[in-house]
Every structure is written in structure tokens, then in C-alpha cells.
Design a protein around this ligand. Sequence first.
Ligand code: GLP
Length: 232
Amino acid sequence: MNVAETREALSELVGGIQPGDPLPPERDLAARLSVSRTTLRKAIAELVSIGRLVRRHGVGTFIAGPKLAQALSATSFTEDMLARGFEPGARTLSARTRSAGAVLGRRLEVSPESEVLRVYRLRLADRDPMAIEELHVPSALVPGLSGDDLASHSFYALLEQCYGVRIATGVQALEPTVTTPEESELLRVPVHSPAFLFERTSRTEDGQVVEFVRSVYRGDRYRIVAEIAPRG
Ligand code: GLP
């Protein structure tokens, strides 16, 4: 078997093992699949890179849990996590207010001089780091909102309850990326791990831009599932 065939056979074999359990010893796997240790190691490395296996340095290689299917919808991180039965969480890494400047001003449809609140948050599910979000919101929409508020509360819930602003629609772009050393440390993944880069612009029912968010989601924990629009 070549590496690709070995990867597929190994993937099937691994499917019968409980997530969180260790991968059986290499010599057993190589014998079971009748492949060399070199081919097996390459196949293992491929399964690690696509998130089927998790390598913990100095400990070993383990079967990864199932990935979370993330829809492209206007829901919040908190709503998504609650719907899955996880405890949502956030850690504010930094928060500051500054003028929008030309680029962000265009995205938020405000003047370059307008004040914008930028909050950088780590998002958690059952205390596990899942994503890093860089939120930009025009300050005029959320007077008094602080980074601390967003560590303990859902942004979308605060928007609705405290500011009477409801997000209705949005545009979301998705690109592949790899984690920087800083992101890797925060997300507790190896440097240059595959990840999803999202950019979302959300609007109210009457078209006002509420947020521009750039987020990095762990590639080993998520798969993106989108409804296909009906054929015209
Ligand atoms: C998702 C969206 C972000 C939004 C966030 C709000 O992660 N991609 O655009 O800002 O949810 O989450 P929460 O209401 O949990 O703070």
C-alpha cells in the first residue's frame, strides 16, 4: 500500500476506537496493515494534519473527537455552543477604542474619524480554546461597552438587551490559514496548524453595519457545512 492507501485504511481502523484513546503502537499497526513503519508514520502524520489524530508532545498520539459542524449562519458563538450542549466562554485578550481609519471605516460604513471599539477575544467551549475573534464595532452603537463586558457576556445578547440592536443579516468570507505562533499558543495547537479564517460583516434589518469580525477557528475542531442555494 502507498501512503494514501495506508492513510485511508488507518483512518477506517481509527474510526473504531473511542475519541481520546491512544493510537495503538506503531509496530502493531504496521503489522496489521502490512506496511513499513516509514509508510505508516507518513500516514499518521497526514491524519494528524487533518485533525483525525492529535499528537501531544512527550505523551503520544490520540484519536481526535468528532469535529463540530459549523453552519454559515447569523448565530453567535454563544448560541452555537449552547445548541451543542457546550458551556460557551470568552477571555478578553485586549480591548481599545481608536478612530476607524480609511479601511475599517469603509468596512463599517462610518467616517475614518469615527471611534471604533476593537476587542480581541479567545472563545472557549467547555474551557477548551476553539477560536480567536477580533471584533470591531462602531463605538456610537455601543456606548459604555467594555472588553470586560465581553468576557462575561455574549456580544449579541448585550447588543439586543442593552442597546436594542438586533443582527439580522451578514456576509461571511472563509479562507484557509495556518496559525501564527501567538495564535497557536492561545489555541493550544502546534505552530502553523490548519485553521479557518472568517471575516464577517453583520447588519441590522435596516442595513446598518454593526460589526466587522475577523476570526481564526481551529481546523482540527471544525468543519464548515453550508446549505446549497437552490438551482435557479
Ligand atoms: C460569532 C460570529 C461573530 C460574533 C460572535 C458573537 O462568533 N462569528 O461575528 O461577533 O459570534 O458571539 P457572542 O454573542 O457569543 O459574544
